[in-house]
Design a protein around this ligand. Structure first.
Ligand SMILES: NC(=O)c1ccc[n+]([C@@H]2O[C@H](COP(=O)([O-])OP(=O)(O)OC[C@H]3O[C@@H](n4cnc5c(N)ncnc54)[C@H](O)[C@@H]3O)[C@@H](O)[C@H]2O)c1
Ligand SMILES: O=P(O)(O)OC[C@@H](O)[C@@H](O)[C@H](O)[C@H](O)CO
Length: 380
């Protein structure tokens, strides 16, 4: 089997690419970073350093890479592979959509009628469906029908903490990952037979899993990052061990958890254990995960379907406490980082248009009482 994977970054190399290669699938990485592409093609392998109680380095082989600007090579790959995956970040899905559409058209012109499955592995609710909508904008009715018949757009939830790797001159491609990993895919969306990939779990209830992950781990992670940033701490592991911060993070995850329990009927004690396990993962002493990585792209994180606003809306729907989620929103609005284009854009928007307008613009919130609480807290 052959797979094309967009994004040779942390999750691409440290998680999805590794699972595919471990399952004897040849992986071609697509990226925009030529240095990395050259390294993959020269080394033809890299190490994944798994850190925890049983630390070890596992080698990923059977790989090559192409640059996404090399359209000919990319279209040829899309024409022949059996699986396409992505880990590029939600904002990049729109950018790769036109090339994917072109590649699918070429695949049909070449009479390749083998089923193809596409799985976006991003931190977003139904990211692959979002990618599909974008791909369809570049296809006519007939092409869309062909895609509906032969191409499965499979939504997924991905969970493994992979911070940016430390410099390693012996293996510049090496990534450091935690032991824990979870890749859950919507089994109802595949076309043809489901590929056998070790570590890829199937479900027919994906929404519960993706929301549980995004609105527990990622909500708590973000609040840890912003509290750490405000306290002047660099890493997540050093932030979460501060008792006053840990209790706030836990309280935030309990607020979003109460919504999940209502919505999906989760067992409260199992959900509580899930939260405790996540806190332990944040504490992993071997992971140097910078608060700015976890806090990155505050505009995306303030959007309506993401880790703060969606659970906050849930608390309004079910009339549940939301004091800590509101604090999370305020900290996202206050996040400043000169290296993060979204943090700069957000600060400039607030400066030029005022906070009330910024809250409405970025979060889509309309509840005036909540907006007023956000503004009061921000100004305090
Ligand atoms: N790192 C984690 O702990 C983690 C865990 C779970 C999910 N995720 C999600 O996985 C996705 C990727 O995150 P990451 O941490 O690996 O980010 P990353 O920045 O390490 O990797 C993204 C890669 O995509 C590449 N890229 C950018 N534009 C591209 C394009 N047009 N074509 C091809 N490649 C392109 C970048 O050069 C980079 O190598 C995100 O959606 C993130 O939310 C991350
Ligand atoms: O990747 P983001 O920016 O959506 O979120 C930052 C982190 O919370 C995230 O990457 C986690 O490490 C990951 O989701 C763990 O599975």
């Amino acid at each position: 089997m052959n797979a094309l994977h967009f994004g040779a970054g942390n999750i691409g190399r440290g998680f999805i690419g590794k699972l595919l290669a471990d399952s004897n699938i040849h992986v071609t990485f697509v990226d925009i970073n030529q240095t990395q592409i050259d390294q993959i093609n020269q080394q033809k392998q890299y190490g994944v350093k798994i850190v925890g109680d049983n630390s070890r380095i596992e080698i990923v082989k059977n790989i090559d890479a192409i640059n996404s600007v090399d359209e000919e090579a990319l279209l040829n790959k899309i024409t022949t592979v059996n699986l396409i995956t992505t880990a590029v970040g939600p904002n990049v899905l729109k950018i790769i959509a036109p090339t994917l559409a072109k590649g699918l058209v070429k695949r049909f012109e070449n009479n390749n009628t083998q089923p193809l499955n596409i799985i976006a592995c991003e931190n977003m609710v139904r990211g692959t469906s979002f990618l599909k909508e974008n791909v369809f904008q570049y296809l006519n009715d007939e092409q869309q029908q062909q895609v509906e018949q032969l191409v499965g757009f499979v939504d997924s939830a991905v969970d493994r903490i992979v911070p940016p790797a430390e410099l390693n001159s012996d293996d510049p491609l090496q990534v450091t990952v935690e032991e824990f990993s979870e890749w859950i895919v919507d089994q109802t969306q595949f076309k043809g037979s489901i590929p056998a990939i070790q570590g890829m779990e199937l479900t027919d209830n994906l929404m519960a899993f993706i929301e549980r992950k995004l609105f527990t781990l990622n909500t708590g992670h973000l609040v840890t990052a912003y509290l750490g940033k405000q306290a002047g701490v660099k890493y997540i592991k050093d932030t979460i061990i501060l008792e006053n911060i840990k209790s706030k993070v836990k309280a935030t995850m309990e607020e979003s958890g109460a919504v999940l329990i209502k919505r999906y009927n989760f067992d409260p004690s199992a959900h509580s254990a899930y939260i405790e396990k996540i806190i332990k993962r944040f504490e992993n002493p071997y992971l140097d995960d910078d608060v700015n990585r976890v806090g990155r792209e505050p505009i995306r994180k303030l959007s309506q379907n993401d880790r703060l606003i969606k659970p906050l809306l849930g608390t309004i729907e079910f009339n549940l406490p939301n004091e800590h989620l509101i604090e999370g929103v305020v900290m996202a609005l206050q996040y400043r980082n000169q290296d993060d284009p979204q943090a700069i854009e957000l600060a400039e928007y607030i400066e030029q248009n005022g906070l009330d307008s910024a809250v409405k613009h970025y979060t889509g919130l309309t509840n005036e009482a909540i907006i007023s609480k956000i503004i009061t807290l921000y100004n305090e």
